[in-house]
Design a protein around this ligand. Structure first.
Ligand SMILES: O=C(O)CCC(=O)C(=O)O
Length: 348
């Protein structure tokens, strides 16, 4: 075992090998970096943004900057209770999440985030994936990102010290930190074999393992994932370029943080383009409806909720046995950087 893996989990994550740092001043540079199929840290990538200058003054200044540009439509707000420790992921029962999602006005949400900052018992809140095109076009105009293709549209994340559980994106991602420090723990796509991905019909599929407190007795192969993992520590102004399918766990380490990210380059119309892609995006495809009986134990709910729960139960069973990538398209495929595991056709 490496020295890093014998440390307490938090420190072990901090001392994982770091992703490389690079410079990109044009979309060509970014394409060249993407061709490496490795995450890359771009220091100072958004140093020119007025939003960064506002955030450097204080959380209140960035809030004011955002409110001045707010179009007034409700924003997506994720909330989790104090007992979650800020962890946005599965609850103890992986059919449930620790957080809920609502749409609320920006001003009210920023006030609640500020209240939670001053009152730790108030729980955890974060605006996540707010489309800046629709909500704050003036922000988009004044804080340009020329490195990414025009089709990549900015999304805002803003909130308290929350942690986003391990998941992956089907698109390339440029994540630009405006306020606070953020840590990304990254796992190569093929580590899907060692991450114990949970219910897959409830996107995005998340890992069942909490990397900050891993239960190695329940998830022994996670040690293997950690051996392949690396870390990126982002400060305000930095951006992380993350090729698609890289698994990531994200920790906002300050009481107030903000980030804008851009996704692009996914399959056309969001659909998998090959059996191989289908396998990595839908690892549970082809499983029997083994959960149908278990769903009866869920209790008396509406018909719709029962169907939803039944599907979730079915998918969560996938994790009981060894990983299987896909019954239908099971094959070893090297899709550029994405290596698909051979299908083992496991039934539980
Ligand atoms: O910052 C976060 O909490 C999550 C960000 C994320 O998952 C992403 O950029 O894909």
């Amino acid at each position: 075992m490496s020295a890093a893996l014998s440390l307490p989990a938090e420190e072990a994550l901090d001392s994982l090998p770091r992703v490389a740092t690079a410079r990109a001043t044009s979309s060509h540079d970014l394409d060249a970096l993407l061709a490496r199929a490795e995450p890359v840290l771009l220091k100072g990538a958004i140093d020119h943004w007025p939003a960064l200058a506002a955030a450097a003054q204080s959380p209140g200044s960035l809030n004011a900057y955002l409110k001045e540009r707010d179009g007034g439509a409700p924003v997506p707000v994720m909330e989790a209770p104090p007992s979650s420790g800020g962890r946005f992921g599965y609850a103890a029962d992986p059919r449930e999440f620790t957080f809920t999602k609502r749409a609320r006005p920006l001003g009210e949400t920023l006030e609640r985030i500020a209240y939670a900052r001053a009152n730790p018992g108030a729980g955890y809140l974060a605006i996540q994936m707010l489309s800046l095109d629709t909500h704050m076009p003036a922000f988009v105009r004044d804080n340009p990102m020329p490195l990414v293709p025009g089709a990549a549209r900015p999304k805002l994340w803003l909130g308290g010290p929350v942690k986003t559980q391990i998941h992956n994106d089907r698109d390339h991602n440029l994540a630009c930190v405006i306020a606070g420090h953020r840590r990304f723990v990254l796992f190569p796509p093929e580590q899907v074999a060692n991450l114990y991905i949970g219910p897959l019909d409830n996107p995005p599929p998340l890992s069942l393992v909490d990397p900050e407190a891993p239960d190695f007795a329940a998830f022994p192969r996670f040690r293997e994932a950690l051996r392949a993992a690396r870390v990126a520590h982002l400060a305000p102004g930095d951006a992380l370029l993350m090729p698609r399918y890289w698994w990531h766990h994200v920790t906002s380490r300050d009481p107030y943080s903000a980030m804008v990210n851009y996704w692009w380059g996914g399959s056309p119309a969001g659909r998998p383009t090959s059996g191989a892609e289908h396998a990595i995006e839908n690892p549970a495809v082809g499983m029997d409806d083994v959960g149908a009986k278990a769903s009866d134990e869920i209790g008396e709910r509406t018909r719709k909720a029962r169907v939803r729960n039944r599907r979730k139960v079915k998918m969560s069973w996938v994790n009981v046995g060894p990983w299987q990538s896909c019954h239908r398209h099971g094959q070893t495929v090297d899709l550029g950087a994405v290596k698909i595991l051979p299908c083992r056709g496991v039934r539980v």
